[in-house]
Design a protein around this ligand. Structure first.
Ligand code: PLP
Length: 301
């Protein structure tokens, strides 16, 4: 019923990469999804949802639903609401903060998601057993997916990213560096969890929030044996002041990059990531001959 083809891997011919004599590739998960016209159903959100959707057998029972959590601009809740409408299951979104209207939440509403706005203190209880029990009592038989879609089953989809790229490049073209943006760290944890195989890249993780806690957060999400699968590092200092902060220079970069390379970037995740990678290429961080793959996690609709 669900079909997920590998997303394209695109070579970027960028003057900075040519000057630094590195190969720069982009894994286009903004094109990853079950297809069709649902533009919100793409990107790392679909990779994360995939394990939950495929693992959930009984699509025929209309009482069943999926409940999840997010902020007022949650791409995850938007994608979940679209999946619910498309595949015919109930969706419930627990949203941090006061009831507001914005394009993301309006999309959720249009897709029939039941939105519940909760105070920040209630939101912080989202992992507590009593709270989850209360949600089940209130909403009936729902599958509960953690915030941002980041849970054990989300790794089924995200762990397939690097193996997919290796197949696309072939054994003679190893990836040396793989870069991705991090919000909850769930996508990064899934990538690191993948069985390493041969010739592994160093994984560079760029948090889009400030705080310096991302490394610890990712560690928590990894199984003991996967911690040493890959060399990975968190590179802080590329958040532009914090989550969703977008100074004019960043917006201008997203615009010009999108126009020049026909790869749409938004300013919350992918804009910050590509800006940071470009900076590192320009300052000669990557040795000549390196092959870089930057992960485009989608988020545009
Ligand atoms: C487009 C996009 N890229 C990256 C991320 C970060 O992913 P994660 O929360 O798994 O770190 C998100 C969501 O949080 C996202 O919506």
């Amino acid at each position: 019923m669900l079909k997920f083809d590998p997303s394209p891997l695109q070579r970027l011919s960028h003057p900075a990469a040519e000057a630094a004599r590195v190969e720069w590739w982009v894994k286009r998960d903004d094109c990853y999804g079950p297809g069709g016209t649902d533009v919100a159903l793409q990107g790392n959100k679909v990779r994360k949802l995939r394990g939950y959707l495929e693992g959930w057998r009984d699509w025929s029972d209309p009482r069943l639903g999926i409940l999840s959590f997010g902020g007022a601009y949650s791409n995850h809740l938007a994608a979940l609401s679209v999946a619910g409408r498309r595949y015919g299951f109930r969706t419930i979104g627990i949203v941090r903060g006061e009831s507001v209207s914005n394009p993301v939440l309006d999309l959720c509403r249009e897709n029939g998601m039941d939105l519940r706005f909760v105070s920040r203190s209630e939101y912080r209880q989202k992992k507590q057993a009593e709270k989850l029990f209360a949600y089940r009592a209130e909403f009936g038989p729902v599958l509960i997916i953690p915030e941002g879609g980041s849970g054990p089953d989300s790794k089924i989809g995200t762990a397939s990213i690097i193996p997919e790229i290796k197949t696309q490049l072939g054994p003679d073209h190893p990836i040396h560096y793989f870069q991705l943006a991090a919000g909850t760290g769930g996508t990064a944890a899934g990538v690191i969890e993948a069985p390493p195989g041969e010739a592994n890249p160093t994984i560079e993780i760029f948090p889009v929030l400030k705080g310096g806690w991302m490394g610890e957060e990712i560690e928590k999400q990894l199984s003991v044996e996967s911690k040493s699968h890959y060399a990975w590092q968190v590179i802080d200092g590329h958040h532009w002041g914090g989550y969703a902060k977008r100074p004019p220079e960043l917006l201008e970069f997203c615009d010009s990059f999108s126009r020049n390379y026909d790869i749409p970037l938004e300013s919350i995740y992918t804009g910050k990531l590509f800006y940071a990678v470009l900076q590192r290429i320009e300052t000669g961080y990557y040795p000549p001959g390196s092959r870089l793959v930057t992960y485009h996690s989608g988020g545009i609709y």
